[in-house]
Design a binder for this molecule. Structure first.
Ligand SMILES: [Fe+2]
Length: 398
């Protein structure tokens, strides 16, 4: 056994996993003492579904008042400020809790609103690298029920807020206390997730698991969680791409995504997410698509680098990628190098199956790639990367 370094496991959200559990939301809110909830939902699929009517009826029956908001796309500071201002300014009883039923964007918006309702000013004032104020960590009770399986934001301590375009950014509102109180993983909610969102968000989860697993900040706790979830995702992801109605595979991806959130909140992420931050601020490209299109290439580059550098810990970086390769592929090649190669091949096959476009097809030029590379920070990547290295990874996916 290797000597164990210090590590901390933060509070995890209470987890309600299983089909139909969305309708336990009123009971969960009641238990938290919530009597008026701001319900943030995402795109159309949930709002048009019978689940919405059923949920609203259940909330009414439990005596919980509802103020409903919907968020389209990744939330901007103006959107979050607008919801908070409307809630603060509305007559009648104040909401005393926030719930999200939607994709990562809806959950991030809800997370930010739950904090902003207890703070002064604009959410932009508190964003890392944008504002000058530090969030005090106060928020209203918060429950998240994801309708996509990907970001894992139902388990993380940050909300990503973005402004896209010239001078754009994609930054986090972050505090340990922003981890939601409860996550409801009801795989039935993900059945209506469209194929392109299923593919991109699933690869985001796989990327997060791999980057947290290979992070130097990982611990025996995150390693065990991430490795098992990679094994589950390796089986479930091709299945949900093939058949969106495969309930067992949908459940697998919902769990893998939640675990990816737990792991990234503890271990951090690598260069793919380092790139996704400036790239997502410059271009309107969904986060999962950026991660998915880059993960195989970034892994190939890193494994190549890990094999060349003199690694005093006996090839531990390569060994990590090899273990991930065995978990994700469900196979063994008989050597660390072979298993690391299996990882790259499996990731490439997943990206192929997901039919993700290359960055060039999304409008990225070499000049843009250079600007993104210069702005990329990846302090938790397992090998050090220069801006030229990052540019190399990007260039190969243009
Ligand atoms: Fe991500």
């Amino acid at each position: 056994m290797r000597p164990m370094r210090q590590f901390t496991v933060s509070r995890l959200p209470e987890l309600l996993f299983g089909e139909g559990r969305l309708f336990e939301l009123p009971a969960v809110l009641r238990r938290m003492g919530v009597s008026a909830v701001a319900l943030v939902t995402g795109g159309r699929s949930f709002r048009d579904s019978e689940n919405r009517e059923r949920l609203l009826a259940a909330l009414r029956e439990a005596g919980i008042r509802v103020a409903e908001f919907s968020v389209r796309g990744e939330p901007s500071p103006e959107e979050v400020d607008g919801i908070a201002a409307e809630l603060k300014g509305s007559p009648g009883p104040r909401v005393d809790g926030v719930a999200a039923v939607g994709g990562g964007s809806a959950i991030d918006a809800a997370k930010a609103v739950s904090a902003l309702l207890t703070m002064e000013g604009s959410v932009a004032d508190y964003l890392e690298g944008v504002g000058s104020r530090v969030p005090p960590g106060t928020r209203l009770p918060l429950v998240a029920a994801p309708t996509t399986a990907g970001t894992g934001t139902e388990a993380t301590k940050n909300a990503v807020i973005s402004r896209v375009g010239e001078g754009g950014f994609k930054k986090s509102l972050r505090h340990d206390n922003f981890i939601p109180d409860a996550a409801i993983l009801d795989p039935l909610l993900t059945l209506s997730c469209p194929p392109e969102v299923t593919a991109a968000s699933g690869l985001d989860a796989v990327t997060q698991l791999l980057e947290a697993f290979t992070s130097p900040r990982g611990s025996p706790f995150t390693d065990a969680m991430a490795l098992d979830a990679l094994r589950i995702a390796g089986d479930a992801f091709p299945r949900v791409c093939r058949d969106g109605g495969d309930r067992e595979a949908r459940a697998g991806m919902a769990y893998a995504a939640y675990v990816s959130g737990v792991c990234l909140a503890h271990a951090g992420l690598g260069v793919v997410h380092g790139i996704a931050s400036p790239l997502g601020g410059m271009f309107h490209i969904p986060h999962g698509l950026i991660c998915g299109t880059l993960v195989a290439e970034a892994s190939r580059f890193t494994i190549g680098r890990a094999m060349r550098i003199d690694d005093p810990s006996g090839g531990s970086v390569l060994k990590k990628y090899a273990r991930a390769g065995r978990a994700l592929s469900g196979r063994e090649a008989g050597s660390d190098f072979g298993d690391a190669a299996l990882l790259i091949n499996t990731l490439e096959a997943l990206v192929e199956r997901a039919r993700l476009p290359r960055l060039g097809a999304l409008g990225l030029t070499e000049e843009d790639a250079r600007r993104v590379a210069d702005k990329t920070a990846a302090p938790n990547h397992p090998v050090p990367l220069s801006p030229d290295d990052v540019f190399d990874i990007l260039r190969r996916r243009i």
